[in-house]
Ligand binder design. Structure first.
Ligand code: SF4
Ligand code: SF4
Length: 241
């Protein structure tokens, strides 16, 4: 049985956000919910500034506190290491969200995608309504609805339950890469079986010294970061006394 992991190469990542857009369309993710997200940080004072961009997602921790906190086992581990959620078992208590130290679990406070349910035209006499646009596009709730998401989860999760990244388990089980990996124009995301020493992820983890987010907590995250983007240059100098 493989154990899936992702490597994110921060030297290759250009911070374009394609991963997040791809994730949103692949998984029909509602507004205000971010299965794929980022940490940004600017440091220094102009002109000596640095900007850090770290893509984030569920870390599919081996020792997952979200799973331990769930009273109904709605949040659970698959044999391949993916941390999965079952909305049918979820009672919306949000223990998983409180227990996850990474802030990657979101609660559906409202019926998802309310914008696309509006029946009034955005520009009266000029456009159709969002609901009509969805109907004409043949979508379910949203015009860009992806029916393949239904293979392992409700295509759109209902109000009152949590949701988060699943490493695109519905694609992985068909031998496809998570869609954020597929969509990354810089090949900064590398996905594969960490238990196979010949996989690309294993080779990269052997070649570079990786770090993981908050690994001191003992959660054993399976999203690894390597290298660091550094476009800066400076005039050679020996300093001074
Ligand atoms: Fe659970 Fe959070 Fe770890 Fe994902 S990152 S497995 S939601 S504890
Ligand atoms: Fe489990 Fe759902 Fe409660 Fe999270 S919100 S702990 S998944 S029952």
């Amino acid at each position: 049985m493989p154990r899936y992991a992702m490597v994110i190469d921060l030297q290759r990542c250009v911070g374009c956000g394609s991963c997040s857009i791809a994730c949103r369309s692949e998984n029909n993710v509602p507004d205000g919910i971010y299965w794929s997200n980022k940490i940004t940080e600017t440091s220094g004072t102009f002109p000596n500034v640095r900007y850090h961009y770290i893509p984030t997602l569920c870390n599919h921790c081996d020792n997952a506190p979200c799973v331990r906190g769930c009273p109904t086992r709605a949040m659970h581990k698959l044999e391949n290491g993916i941390t999965m959620h079952d909305p049918d078992k979820c009672i919306g208590c949000k223990y998983c969200e409180f227990n996850c130290p990474y802030g990657v679990i979101y609660f559906n406070w409202q019926k998802p995608h309310p914008f696309w349910q509006q029946k009034d035209a955005l520009i009266k006499g000029g456009t159709v309504s969002p609901a009509e646009e969805t109907r004409r596009a043949g979508g379910k709730v949203i015009p860009y609805y992806n029916p393949e998401r239904e293979e392992t989860l409700p295509g759109i999760r209902p109000k009152g339950v949590v949701e988060k990244c699943t490493f695109c388990d519905h694609r992985v089980k068909k031998g496809l890469l998570p869609y954020c990996v597929e969509a990354c124009p810089a090949d900064a995301r590398i996905f594969g079986d960490i238990s196979n020493p010949n996989s690309e992820v294993s080779k990269l983890l052997g070649k570079f010294r990786p770090f993981r987010l908050r690994e001191q907590l003992g959660t054993d995250p399976h999203v690894f970061y390597i290298r660091d983007f550094n476009p800066a240059h400076y005039q050679p100098t020996k300093g001074g006394v």
